[in-house]
Design a binder for this molecule. Structure first.
Ligand SMILES: Cc1cc2nc3c(=O)[nH]c(=O)nc-3n(C[C@H](O)[C@H](O)[C@H](O)COP(=O)(O)OP(=O)(O)OC[C@H]3O[C@@H](n4cnc5c(N)ncnc54)[C@H](O)[C@@H]3O)c2cc1C
Length: 425
């Protein structure tokens, strides 16, 4: 049985063969436009750009809301790390009254407005469990699970856009003895605020932007945080020479190569924050921009944590040897007592767990094998958005390219279909 399907995307009730709508049979839904997996900022940006070009799409989202990372898995004091002009999605700027670094609540409100503006209706509570290209029919078969068997479908389409994000799953390292620790051990994705840690000794493992900011939040809530810094790290002031460090870097990169801009950034940083190695924060050999280009590792933009490290309010440790019942032993044989451990150890992509048989993504890390700017397009109508390690700005770039590319094929197919219908008539 095949009948018109209006719940997914198209409001139009049409003939099953019509272009631009999804068609549902007992367990199978044919989507005429692309299927987008993930309703985070990337998936929404792709859908909006496609819609603006007249291409409908279906967004499948495992959680029950848009932007679930921002709504459910981030801490309360979070603000955008980069100035707003580098974080807005295509076709809709941030409101003028937003501050340079919008709060998480403002960013979420912006995304909610974005969804209303472009009338996007993701299918919530729908986890993509497998997606495979059918070489005979030449379309993608996307299987979903919703927790209720009767609501599990197979969606099919010519195009598949992967928008599940670089941060799909929390990365939890295996630390020796961690199961014996008597206090709470949580990932930053579960951390909301330092409220519950007042007066407690808390070990924060990992020195990225999240780890540093959680330490600051703990200080502000009168906890006693310590920080584990295992690898080298670039700490830069969030602003320098009266401008955002990111904006300044972008501006200089128009004129100078990355290694020259790096030297400038490090020189100004040295004047402003001094030699961070004195506090256990050793800089990598490669400059911050070159390192970002080569490995994707983002420099930490300091929002006030460093002054607490300098004053000794936050202790720095080099690496964990093992965890005990109420203490942690470090690689330099020091041992300290702690009441809680927070893992600021980052995230990983989940693409290899559901995308079958493709050359596009690495099975090891779940990222596209190609480097920026070639991460967005694979073979057989497969696309990736938000995997170029360039945050929201990178996702916007991908959205434009993907929409432009699919629009050409969409128009050609629509014309072929119209010609065919005319010929038959
Ligand atoms: C704490 C934090 C702060 C950040 N701050 C900034 C910043 O200031 N500026 C910046 O540019 N970037 C920032 N980032 C980077 C961040 O990754 C992007 O801002 C943005 O959230 C990426 O959007 P996305 O849509 O690609 O991924 P996500 O926001 O992770 O969205 C992916 C969506 O896919 C869904 N999904 C995953 N797997 C499946 C599946 N199998 N089936 C169906 N749905 C699925 C998820 O539920 C999720 O809703 C920050 C990241 C973090 C963690």
């Amino acid at each position: 049985m095949a009948y018109s399907y209006s719940e997914v995307e198209g409001k139009r009730a049409h003939d099953p063969l019509a272009v631009g709508i999804a068609v549902k049979s007992a367990k199978c839904i044919w989507v005429a436009g692309p299927i987008i997996v993930g309703a985070g900022p990337s998936g929404l940006a792709a859908a909006a750009c496609l819609k603006q070009r007249g291409v409908p799409s279906v967004i499948l989202e495992r959680s029950n809301c848009i932007a679930s990372l921002w709504k459910n898995r981030t801490y309360d004091r979070l603000r955008l790390h980069l100035p707003k002009q580098f974080c807005e999605l295509p076709l809709m700027p941030f409101p003028k009254n937003f501050p340079t670094y919008p709060t998480k609540q403002q960013f979420v409100a912006y995304l909610d407005t974005y969804v209303s503006r472009f009338d996007l209706k993701p299918v919530f509570g729908t986890t993509v469990v497998s997606a495979e290209f059918d070489p005979i029919c030449r379309f993608w078969r996307v299987k979903t699970s919703s927790g209720t068997k009767c609501l599990d479908f197979e969606y099919t389409s010519r195009w598949l856009i992967v928008a599940t994000g670089e941060n799909a799953e929390a990365f939890l390292p295996k630390l020796e003895g961690m199961d014996d620790f008597r206090g709470p051990v949580l990932h930053t994705s579960e951390y909301k605020s330092g409220d519950m840690f007042c007066g407690k000794r808390v070990l924060v493992v990992g020195c990225g932007n999240s780890g540093m900011e959680v330490c600051l939040d703990l200080c502000n809530h009168n906890a006693q945080p310590s920080l584990v810094v295992r690898d080298s790290v670039h700490i830069l002031p969030q602003e320098m020479l009266g401008r955002s460090t990111f904006g300044l870097s972008m501006c200089f990169l128009k004129w100078f190569p990355a290694h020259i801009v790096d030297r400038l950034l490090l020189l100004v940083s040295h004047f402003m924050i001094g030699d961070t190695a004195k506090y256990g924060l050793i800089r990598p050999k490669l400059g911050p921009l070159q390192l970002k280009n080569k490995t994707g590792k983002t420099p930490v933009l300091d929002v006030g944590t460093l002054s607490h490290i300098k004053s000794g309010k936050i202790k720095v440790f080099r690496g964990i040897k093992r965890v005990r019942h109420d203490s942690v032993e470090f690689v330099d044989e020091k041992e300290e007592k702690f009441d809680a451990i927070i893992l600021a150890t980052g995230y990983r992509s989940n693409v290899p767990s559901w995308l079958m048989d493709t050359d596009m993504f690495s099975k090891e890390d779940g990222f596209p094998k190609e480097q920026f700017p070639h991460t967005w397009k694979g073979k057989d109508g497969l696309y990736a958005i938000g995997f170029n390690k360039r945050g929201l700005l990178g996702a916007s770039m991908d959205a434009w390219r993907i929409a432009e590319d699919i629009e050409l094929m969409w128009k050609a197919e629509t014309k072929r279909f119209t010609d065919l219908t005319r010929a038959v008539a």
